[in-house]
Design a protein around this ligand. Sequence first.
Ligand code: ADP
Length: 945
Amino acid sequence: MDPALGPPEEMAEKRDELTPMMRQYHDLCARYDDALVLFQVGDFYETFCGGAEWTARLLEIALTSREDSTGEYPMSGIPIDNAESYIETLLEAGYRVAVADQVEEPGESPGVVERAVTRVITPGTLTEDELLASDDNNFVAAVARGDGGGARSGGEGAQDRENATTSANAADGEDVAETLALALLDVSTGDFLATSSNSSETIADEISRFDPAEAVVGPFASEDVLPDDCMVTPFDPDAFELARGTDLLSSYFGDPDALLAADAEIRACGALLAYAEYVRGGEHEGERGETERETADDDREGFAAVDDPQRTRLEYLTHLTRYDPREYLLLDAVALRSLELFEPRAVRGHEDATLAGVVDETASALGGRKLRDWLRRPLLDPDRIESRLDAVEELTGDVQTRESVHDLLRDVYDLERLIGRISRERANARDLRSLRDTLAVIPTLREHLDDCECERLERLFDQLDPLSDVRTLVDDAIVDDPPIEITEGGIIAKDYDGRLDDLRSSARDGKQWIDDLQERERERTGIDSLKVDYNSVHGYYLEVTNPNLESVPENYERRQTLKNAERFVTPELKDREDRIVSAEERADEREYDIFCAVRREIATEVERVQRLAEAVATLDALVSLSTVAAQYDYCRPEIDGCTGGMDGGGEGEPGLEIEIEGGRHPVVERTQESFVPNDVHLSRDQRLAVITGPNMSGKSTYMRQIAQIVLLAQVGSFVPANSARLTPVEQIFTRVGASDDIAGGRSTFMVEMDELATILREADDRSLVLLDEVGRGTSTADGLALARAITEHVHDVVGATTLFATHHHALTELADDLEAAFTLHFEVGQDDGDVVFRHEVAPGAATGSYGVEVATAAGVPGDVVDRARELAAETDGDELEAEGTLGDERAVDRRVPDGSTATATADGGDVPVDVAAELRSLDLAHLTPVEALTELDRLKRLLEE
Ligand code: ADP
């Protein structure tokens, strides 16, 4: 356990001797032993002992100490006023935080002031706006393994799953216990998703898509599917029990068997829901009634108790969506990274230099999240893609509607998180007004969409429910500009509640009576200097200066003697005052009660608000895509295989077709002064492009722009090209650039081989594969051999559509031998001896590597360059020979696969044909990287014998 967590050792040893406050701290640390406890002492949250040393270091704050009768303890504290920013740092450092607040006023009861944990904040279950990115979801995940319950019938996509899973299992006799399920929940928005697969790789890929901040892992499920930066939370294994999950899910969503497709999914969803109920269950507003709720907390046993009495239902979780990964274009973690969907690979002086950044022109947080979800899960179904494209096309062509809708959407608050807060009773009166202001936009939005023609926009028009009843309720009940506090009155509008109005008017009348009192008493007593005033100690009083004391009437009771005057009250004044104070207090209480009732009433409409949020989010995402299309001159892609659309390459037919004219890289073109567009034509018969050209000529950019155009098209976006036509791609795999996984202890070469092994195992004829400089991490001969073997395998066995960039000229000859391969190259020119990159792709192989010229351009000293030229001239002949013969080797071997003659190798020696045959017969798809290396080593030694 982390030294900062759990009860501090110094205290644990002498718990019973501690002062009551330190004992309280100790006990809370013991109870929340997985979290860092922030302990309120007045205006600060304090930590002590190891926790203090740790937080002082992490938060770069002063480490002080506290001394009491039992000893001296290190202490560090953060001011409550800006605790959130410190908490954020703690979460980023991988901590859970338990906030222990004072839940009674000091002196309210004898002994030490009562404290209790009011919030457990974990990275995956945040709901605090200040701690969340507005335009991205924040997921917590649960992973569970099935135990023979198997695939079920029913549920969206369940049938599909059943066919795939059960028949596959039946075929190879595997136990359905191998089913691995993933549940994902965004506690702040209520998005709740589930899926499962027999392949842990599929689940790992799905996890990378959603990038959860935290995960709970069930018994027998492995943490290996989680990325390194995901916090793993230990949670009660009982929560993963099938019966428990079934009961809990039924109470929210009805029969889970009808909704989900495997027992493992029920386990994962059930546990995740229990966890969310547990974590959010502790939170409350720090308002009235808190002490009462907190006493329940005393029964809590351990951080992750499933039977926790304080678990609270999260009523705003109204839908659980089961999906099948095969409905979406698969992008694994490597592809997500190399295609720069959400994270830039290199800083280009442009923060938003990501695919998400360049297409995000959304006006609201809702739209931003929706667009990211679309990018994360591009579609496969041509009809669904077309439906989005129709809407984008219509909005692209209608500047006025697009711009007006965009402007209106700027006034939309984050409806999903608002209704979440309302439902969890965390919303204040301002939140209700924000909801009302958002609803006020809807009728105007509808007017703008009234004339829309495409089916998708018509549907959105229908879904834009103005929720006038909710709007009227807030309008009637809540004042226009309410305060943040909800316990101090001033929030409920006049005329909403007769009783409240009476209380207010009696308070007002009382005050008026007092205001008039001074005049009346002056007249009655004849004391012109008599004054009525108020102070917080004595309340209202009448003040008479010393010279006038004889005229004081009998009913005046002395309260205070000053130097020059005396202060009095009368029984009537006291009575009035009591009535005012009590009316005001009662009015505040009543306001709070009314506010809570209004909030509860709105909470019953959670589903309608969520549906509206979904429609607004979709509209915003569509408008964003059209804005980008119009602004950056994108075109509508044609998608093969849609109903009534064009044919060729459609569902069922093998292979892909990708035709792009004048394509551009959506991210690079934004940062480049001028971008050179390029074409590509890929089809089943021309599916492997070997692309050569010197470094920096534009090979990677070209390959990635093709993948990004495909991806955008399947999101339903227009694309940066003059024209584009494609068959939906089911998977994109990339092996781009060298990246060491130093932290994971793997070399560049191991990472490369690992990624390649995945591609060879998982890709098929519906995949688009990008291979950049494969085999670079080892010696030239090894690298060439591997690159060649891999390319052949991808071509012959996998059948994937492949873009293969290399600076090895030898590999261009592959294109002659492989039926569906062809060559492309990036030519560079020379201008006065300087290299000029034209970034233009052309058919055929590159003529030279220009390495020396590039080195010159990069500023390598002249004498080094000259020497390099000399050496290059010497080795040129050998190299050409080597490359040529490697090409021949394959040609010879293909003709006489088991011939007995020797073939020439790159180093000019002889290779026994059996070694070449062994190399070719290597089943790379089923070799681990280590096995591959061992095998290579063995073959190499055979050659040396
Ligand atoms: P390679 O993969 O051949 O080494 P890159 O694709 O990395 O080359 O391209 C190098 C640089 O050239 C890019 O960072 C970009 O600035 C520029 N570039 C690439 N393609 C184009 C293009 N089509 N138009 C304009 N500039 C380009």
